[in-house]
Write a protein that binds this ligand. Structure first.
Ligand SMILES: Nc1ncnc2c1ncn2[C@@H]1O[C@H](COP(=O)(O)OP(=O)(O)OP(=O)(O)O)[C@@H](O)[C@H]1O
Length: 479
């Protein structure tokens, strides 16, 4: 039996859009002397930087609150008219507290080495002495900007890695030979390159995330991140921080800046799973970002622009949810530019043998059991079963059977489906007490992947009592 062709053919993809223009670095220069500010502004501007200036520590902090700055160049002997002489160090401390990754270069008075040393201890990356040497100053700033960029990049990569661990990159396999899946295949091929927002609906385990990954992999965004988030399962407190990020200190546990899923997916695709379970308050916040393409990390007043394609998924009937006031209609229209409805597995039984063969070969390779086959009886059992958990349940059943099978053939017994009737509850009445007991034991074992201790716990039996029953019923595959 062959596994269906895994790759989605998308001919003539449009050429990828050109890389965005590089933004010139922005430097905040803070000094209380207007002539110094002007001289530095001209020097830095000539070298290609965007310069913002501030004559007071408060002004410098306010600028950092509202603008994205790549480096701060600040006078350490800041307020020569005030008594403490500590304003420069205080400002340095507050900048570091706001953003520890932001490079700060201090300017000290000529010969004031102690001041420079103290500033370096306080977190400054480098110092220059006044009056400065233009060439040295520019070289120092270039170095620190590069280091700052590298630091930011590595922090971003770390966060991306956390989100992308779940198999990014390769084209996912979608077995879909059945007649019911043909319109879905065609629609995916047509809309993938368009970048349109897509809503994927269908029961649990029907492959909604597989479709989302395919849409991404076949789009011009494929070399940018695919970020998946369970958007229906986030508590009120976590939602904004997860999606939009937060800045250090935004709340008690915010020990460092965090990049949200929207920014992580910038240029790529954001997969919002379980969208139908999102509370109305969160829907309003999501809608705002989708309408404007702009967001604020929690605790920051700075606006950030994002370019994200949203693919969302749900097993909830959203039109009904709209009618009942549980889902915003305007949000639905943002999400469902195209809607893809995945049929349940029981509505595409032709795919069952192909899917089973696919999972047998996938998991067989993983467990070093590549030579496994399905017996005709096993295939029959697979085809007769109702699959309430759809493809995911089929995958688990095949994986489990692969581990339980004694020889090179997976039998119907190994699948533990025999006693799982199509309509479990209604058939119970027709069973004998022994049949019910056997059925419950098989289900408990299946749930615990054959682990007798765990299954016994679930059934309220001792391990030995369960073993006795396993023997009595001739149930195999327990461990
Ligand atoms: N057509 C398919 N071909 C191959 N594998 C599939 C297919 N459909 C689903 N799968 C596999 O089945 C499992 C469940 O799929 P997926 O997570 O995409 O379902 P889902 O509809 O998003 O589920 P849920 O609603 O519970 O989030 C995954 O391991 C996936 O790889």
């Amino acid at each position: 039996m062959s596994v269906s062709e895994p790759l989605l053919q998308v001919p003539n993809l449009p050429a990828p859009s050109p890389a965005p223009a590089v933004r010139p670095p922005r430097i905040l220069v803070a000094d209380d002397q207007a002539d110094v500010l002007e001289a530095l502004r001209l020097l830095l501007k000539r070298d290609g930087y965007v310069v913002v200036t501030s004559q007071s520590p408060q002004g410098a902090l306010a600028t950092l609150e509202s603008e994205d700055v790549d480096l701060v160049l600040m006078d350490l002997n800041y307020a020569r008219d005030t008594t403490s002489g500590r304003e420069g160090m205080d400002l340095l401390g507050r900048i570091r507290a706001q953003d520890a990754a932001l490079p700060v270069v201090v300017m000290t008075a000529w010969g004031s080495v102690e001041g420079a040393v103290e500033a370096m201890r306080g977190g400054a990356r480098d110092y220059v002495q006044k009056p400065w040497d233009n060439t040295r100053l520019l070289a120092t700033l270039r170095t620190q900007l590069e280091l700052g960029r590298a630091l930011k990049r590595s922090r971003r990569l770390e966060e991306e890695n956390q989100h992308l661990r779940r198999g990014q990159g390769s084209m996912p396999t979608m077995v879909s030979e059945s007649r019911a899946m043909q319109p879905i295949r065609r629609l995916i091929e047509r809309v993938a390159p368009s970048g349109a927002n897509v809503l994927v609906t269908g029961e649990h385990g029907t492959g909604k995330e597989v479709v989302a990954r395919l849409l991404h992999a076949a789009s011009t965004r494929a070399d940018r991140p695919f970020v998946a988030v369970n958007s229906g399962g986030l508590s009120e407190g976590v939602f904004e921080s997860e999606l939009f990020g937060h800045v250090k200190g935004a709340f008690t546990d915010a020990k460092a800046d965090r990049i949200g899923c929207f920014e992580l997916a910038d240029g790529g695709t954001l997969f919002l799973d379980e969208i139908g379970n999102m509370p109305l308050s969160q829907q309003a916040k999501l809608l705002r970002v989708l309408q404007t393409g702009e967001l604020h990390p929690v605790g920051s007043s700075k606006t950030r622009k994002v370019d994200v394609r949203v693919v969302s998924a749900t097993n909830v009937d959203l039109s009904k949810a709209v009618a009942e006031g549980r889902f915003r209609e305007d949000l639905l229209y943002r999400l469902n530019t195209v809607e893809l409805q995945l049929p349940a597995l029981r509505e595409r039984r032709e795919d069952i043998p192909l899917l089973a063969a696919h999972f047998l070969s996938e998991h067989g390779r993983r467990y070093g059991r590549s030579s496994m086959r399905l017996s005709p009886g096993a295939l029959e059992a697979l085809l007769a079963y109702a699959w309430p958990g759809n493809v995911r349940e089929l995958e688990h059943a095949v994986e489990r059977a692969l581990l339980m099978a004694a020889g090179d053939e997976v039998t119907a017994d190994d699948l533990l489906l025999k006693r799982a009737p199509r309509e479990g509850a209604s058939r119970l009445e027709e069973m004998t007490l022994e049949e019910v007991e056997r059925y419950l034991i098989e289900r408990a074992l299946a749930r615990q992947e054959g682990n007798v201790s765990e299954a016994a716990k679930g059934l309220g039996l001792s391990r030995s009592a369960l073993y006795r029953r396993l023997q009595h019923y001739g149930i195999k595959g327990a461990r």
